[in-house]
Structure formats: C-alpha cells, structure tokens
Write a new protein. Structure first.
Ligand code: GLN
Length: 484
C-alpha cells in the first residue's frame, strides 16, 4: 500500500495493512526506478524489514505505537545513523560509520517510522542541484533530464518518486525548500533551534536546520511535530516543547495578514513562477486573508552575506576532516603532508572553493571587510523582517527564481548561487519558511510558493500553507499522482 504518511499510519494501526506490506511496497518502488533516479547513497532494506516486523508485532500484541508506526522515511546522508555509513556524499568520509544516531533519527524511530535509506546530497550540503555529490547526481522524478535541486535533492526526489512518503533534509540556505519546489513536494525549514542539530554533520552551524519533506502539508506538519522540541544535546536548541501544528491546519486564513515580498517578485524571477505566486496570493485573499505587497529591502543583500558567512563557518567546521579522526586517509611522510594529501583527494571542487573563500573572509586584515560586513548585513535583514512582521503574520515569495533546470545546464558557481536568492534571507534571520507546490510553468514543471513566518511562527505558516495547498491547481506533471 502507498499513500500519505497519515493514511498509511492509520491503515497500519487499524489493521487494514501491515508495516511489512507498506515497507515492501516502497522497497519495490525503489527497486523499480532508483537505478534511474539515484535518490539514495544506501538503501537499508534489511534493517527496514526487521523494523517493520517489530512494529507489526507491537500492534498485534496491542502495545501502544508512535504516530508514524510503520511509515517509511528517507534520511539525508549528512545525519548520523548508528551502524550505517554516513558520507555527506563526500569521498573524505569514506568508510566512516557513526557510533550514534542523530537526535532526529532517534525521534523518528521512537515515533515508529522506518528508515529505508540515506539520501544523496551535494557534498557537505554545498550546492543547489545535487550535482556536487561525489557519488553522481540525483535525477528529478518529474523530469529525469532535470536536476532535483539541492542540496537535499535525494530527499526531495525520494518523496517525489514515491520511495517514501516522508524524508528529512537539512536547510542552511534553501536546501530543503529549493529541491521541494523543483520536485513538486512540500519542504519545511523550521525556526532555528526548533529541531535538534545533534548528529547533523555541520556545514554552517548558525544557519543549519533539519526539516521535513512530504507530499502534503499535513504530513509535513506531523513529521515536524515528531522531530521538534528541546534537546539538551544541542546547545542552540530552544527550551520549549514542540509546537502543536496539526490541530491548527483547518483553522483557515480568515483575517491572516499576508505580505507579498516585492523585492522577490521582479528582477531575476521567471515570469511563470511569479505568476503562480501571485495566483497563490489571490487564493489566500479569496479564502479571507488580507494580502498586500510589502518591501523588505535588505533581502536583496542576503545572497552576498550568506556566501561569506556560510563558507566562513564551513572553513572552520570542515577542519575536523584531517585524515586522523574520520574516514579517508592518504598516507604521506609527515602528518602535515598526510592532511594535505587527504583533503586534496577527499574534498570536491565546490567544497574546496568554500573552504578557501571562508578562510579568506576570516583572515587577519580581511575579517572586518568581509565577515564583519556580512554580519552587519545579517542584522539589517533581521531588522527589515522584524519591521515587516509588525504588519504581517506571514510573508510570501517564490521558493526559487526558476523551475528545475537541466542536468549540466549551470556550470558557473555564481549562477548556481542565484538559485538561493529567495530562500537565504530566512536562514540569516533564523526564521521558519516552507515551500508548497502551486501550479506549474509553461513546460509543466512544478512551481513552489514560499511561505515565511517570524521566529516560532510555524502555526500561522502552516495555516497559510494548508490554504495554498487546498487552492492549488493540478499541474499535469505531478510526481506521485496526487493532485498538486
Ligand atoms: N545552495 C546553498 C549552498 O550551496 C544552500 C545549501 C544548503 O542549504 N545546505 O550553500
């Protein structure tokens, strides 16, 4: 049986199917099209079958089971999984097997979810197409000539291809929302600190956040409830309970104040994408929301600030891959030469570019001009968002400037970075944002509408997302056969 996570969980609990049947159906889907899609670095079929049998035993014995009991889930391969290789799609982690589970992985298991595999990504989550993976690109299930977006392209593709109804990604500058938009699925970047980063291999620690992919807004809300909430193992974890979102999904948007960000609706945005975002805004207005355009001027500087701050943090975080502690080691006569040889062989071109950029931005004499300046811009972005949220409950923009592009179409790094224009500002502010599929461009490729909210504004964000989903026209090219 296949379906949404909520449908599957109810059917398994109700006895009309079993976790074993559900897992087998998804493993069969993987077997059929994974050779083309390449969503996974590893499929953990055996472990999944064992876990499914355990869920079925618990249900048969009348024991209480979690809200996701028996539901297959795919996990981005930068989240640590005890006993299962975790690679970040990098050669430098070759052979490394984590001795512990990330907190989110523990919470999935506690909720009864069944991990079916680890998904492909741009190496160390640096990229927007999954083409930077050391193990080859993932293809977009909507159109296999196109990229699924990145860096969580494998997680988005796994859900879009029906390999699992749910998956986890990480979002540092758009890596959940951009692939969600490209693959026609829902993707959520929660408020910074709402979901534990313990066991997420760090890229840029002040921006990284784990979040859900799903085919529906309700499934995404349920998965977020499962993974959110305080974790003492993460020093930046917010000290409060996970928000209750699912119970608010039918609250509607009457009176909700929605601001359409004018800076993200003009230059550089494909007119087909902008048209769908306007249509989504109209749909919210028709459902009773108060919709207006709003200027958030500093968002236009987000990209430049991010591409200093994120590489700066990455240059420090990735210093730990030294040939001594994890994975690959290329032997050489001295320790120093061993480290150089290991890092030269182990890191791909984009990761090296970021390390060099970040090291430069942090170096004596340039720190104030680059890193310091970028931090000031970050403050300006926070200030402009705060001003907008005095007048609006949520904001709206495209998730991405364009729809999915063809594999190999973008070779120049700067052009690739432009993919993140709409998503990066929220990461810099620490706010939540999500991408909801709404309509298609003239080629039939899915468009993602981004709903943004102030810190811990997940409930109004999901209410708006649910209303957008309810009004979404069908696109013709939906990956899983659901109405988009
Ligand atoms: N595409 C962005 C980058 O390359 C965002 C990555 C992410 O969110 N992990 O840095």
């Amino acid at each position: 049986m296949t379906g949404t996570a909520i449908e599957l969980a109810a059917a398994i609990r109700g006895g009309s199917t079993t976790a074993a049947e559900v897992v087998d159906a998804h493993l069969a889907a993987i077997e059929a099209t994974e050779p083309t899609i390449h969503a996974f670095n590893v499929v953990t079929a055996e472990e999944a079958r064992v876990a499914a049998a355990r869920v079925d035993q618990a249900i048969a014995a009348g024991e209480p089971v979690g809200p996701l009991a028996g539901v297959p889930v795919a996990v981005k391969d930068n989240l640590c999984t005890n006993g299962v290789a975790t690679t970040c799609s990098s050669k430098i982690l070759e052979g490394w097997v984590p001795p512990y589970d990330a907190t989110v992985v523990q919470r999935l298991a506690a909720a009864g979810a069944i991990t079916v595999g680890k998904t492909n990504l741009d190496e160390f989550a640096m990229g927007s197409s999954t083409e930077n993976s050391a193990f080859g690109p993932t293809r977009n299930p909507v159109d296999t000539g196109r990229v699924p977006g990145g860096s969580s392209g494998g997680s988005a593709a796994a859900v879009a291809a029906g390999f699992a109804p749910l998956s986890l990604g990480s979002d540092t500058g758009g890596s959940i929302r951009q692939p969600a938009a490209f693959c026609g699925v829902v993707g959520v970047k929660p408020t910074y600190g709402l979901v534990s980063r313990y066991g997420l291999i760090a890229f840029a620690s002040s921006l990284d956040q784990v979040g859900p992919f799903a085919t529906t807004v309700a499934d995404a809300a349920l998965l977020l409830e499962v993974i959110a909430g305080h974790d003492p193992a993460d020093a930046t974890s917010i000290r409060q309970e996970a928000p209750r979102i699912v119970e608010h999904l039918d609250d509607g948007v009457a009176g909700l104040r929605v601001g359409l960000i004018s800076e993200l609706m003009g230059d550089g945005i494909d007119p087909d994408v902008a048209a769908q975002v306007r249509a989504a805004a109209d749909a919210l207005a028709a459902a009773g929301a108060m919709v207006e355009e709003v200027s958030v001027p500093a968002v236009t500087y987000g990209l430049s600030a991010y591409y200093l701050i994120a590489p700066a943090e990455a240059s420090s975080n990735l210093a730990r891959f030294d040939g001594v502690r994890y994975g690959l080691r290329v032997d050489a006569p001295t320790t120093n030469e061993m480290m150089v040889a290991t890092r030269t062989a182990g890191f791909g071109a984009e990761v090296k570019r970021r390390i060099m950029l970040g090291t430069y931005a942090l170096s004596a004499g340039y720190y104030d001009a680059f890193y310091g300046q970028a931090q000031k811009v970050r403050t300006l972005i926070c200030r402009d968002f705060a001003a907008a949220y005095e007048r609006f409950d949520v904001l709206l923009s495209p998730s991405t400037p364009t729809t999915a592009f063809e594999l190999g179409a973008i070779e120049d790094p700067l052009t690739m970075y432009l993919n993140d224009t709409c998503t990066i500002p929220t990461n810099l502010a620490g706010h939540p944002a999500m991408s909801v599929p709404f309509g298609a461009d003239r080629a039939g490729l899915p468009v993602g509408v981004q709903v943004l909210a102030p810190g811990l504004g997940e409930v109004p964000m999901f209410r708006a997302a649910a209303a957008i989903e309810a009004a979404a026209p069908s696109t013709g090219k939906t990956p899983t056969g659901k109405d988009a």
